[in-house]
Ligand binder design. Structure first.
Ligand SMILES: [Zn+2]
Length: 340
């Protein structure tokens, strides 16, 4: 069967590997249908010296598929059923796992497609507890965007930032996969959305998605425009994932007691900020990574109810690297999805 392997930094190869054995007790075998790309794939492709990971490595951190076979003692899954997979090998037994806080698992075995083999292969065996059914009417391409693209945002906005209807949120990089999802989810509950983009064509698309105010960060300073738009009060929530280039400006955009939630640092991981500003303004800065199984199910339910992820491009498996380049070049508006 086909698998896309990372042999070393920046060396991807489409290879033939042996298919997995029939699923063991407690496992299901999934036929992968679509893999959605994330910035984690870009970091993984370029190489991260500090990350402990095996090589060669099957890439792909976020995917959808259908059940190919069901092992003994597995109930609730039937062959042909659409599913998505949780992207980290959690233990299922620690305190965090038992509390449904899967992304805080104390014994996590690694992120699939980054530390350990991922989803860019035709068949994969997994513990059934890491597999989530896809509701009727959600395509494989859309479903592939649920485990990270949608669920990360669900976790950030609602579990962590506690975003409420009627609040104002600043969404950075509104054309990115998670930025587009954040605009959709915040508008769905009746928030005012301010977003940033890097060119005028993306500004039009962000408006079409429902953003109330779009700032081209290349021609305007987003913090100045945001303060003006909020009559100098600031926003309730900032949705951060840009990092070094925007973090201090993001803090300036917050109202007193405002919440900043961040899940990324695409422009760089190191910032200096003013602690007096932090405590005097009573900001809450919340780190967020991944999502829970529940967040993935919630995301799929939103898709089934009509909140479709924005797909920028679909490419075939052999063009995975071209998809990565498109993502890394910040040309995208929405998600890049690799189809099998
Ligand atoms: Zn655990």
């Amino acid at each position: 069967m086909r698998a896309l392997m990372l042999l070393g930094d920046k060396q991807l190869e489409l290879t033939e590997i042996d298919p997995p054995p029939p699923p063991a007790a407690g496992e299901v075998q999934v036929r992968v249908k679509a893999v959605a790309l994330n910035y984690l794939d870009v970091w993984g492709f370029r190489g991260m010296a500090f990350a402990k990971r095996k090589m060669p490595l099957v890439v792909g951190v976020e995917a959808s598929g259908e059940i190919a076979a069901v092992g003994a003692d597995v109930t609730g899954f039937t062959p042909g059923q659409g599913v998505v997979m949780y992207g980290a090998l959690t233990c299922g037994t620690c305190k965090a796992c038992r509390a449904g806080r899967d992304n805080l698992c104390e014994n996590v075995g690694g992120i699939m497609g980054f530390h350990v083999d991922g989803f860019a292969r035709e068949l994969i065996n997994l513990p059934a507890r890491l597999v989530i059914p896809v509701p009727a009417g959600v395509s494989h391409t859309d479903a592939a965007c649920a485990p990270i693209g949608f669920a990360t945002v669900q976790h950030m906005l609602f579990d962590n930032a506690k975003l409420e209807p009627g609040e104002t949120v600043l969404v950075h990089a509104g054309g990115s996969g998670i930025g587009t999802a954040a605009i959709l989810m915040a508008k769905q509950i009746g928030c005012t959305v301010i977003t940033t983009v890097g060119d005028d064509a993306k500004a039009e698309k962000a408006k079409a998605l429902g953003a109330d105010h779009v700032i081209n960060y290349k021609t305007d300073r987003f913090e100045g425009v945001t303060r003006k738009l909020t009559q100098k009060k600031g926003v309730d929530v900032v949705f951060e994932h840009v990092g070094a280039d925007t973090f201090n400006g993001s803090l300036l955009c917050l109202k007193r007691g405002g919440r900043l939630v961040t899940c990324g640092a695409t422009s760089g991981p190191t910032v200096t900020f003013n602690l007096m500003q932090l405590f005097q303004q009573q900001y809450r800065i919340i780190g967020s990574f991944g999502a829970t199984m529940k967040n993935i199910a919630e995301s799929l339910d939103k898709m089934a109810a009509g909140l479709k992820p924005v797909i920028d491009t679909t490419v075939p498996l052999a063009a995975f690297e071209r998809g990565l380049e498109r993502l890394a070049g910040r040309q995208v508006f929405g998600k890049v999805v690799v189809t099998f």
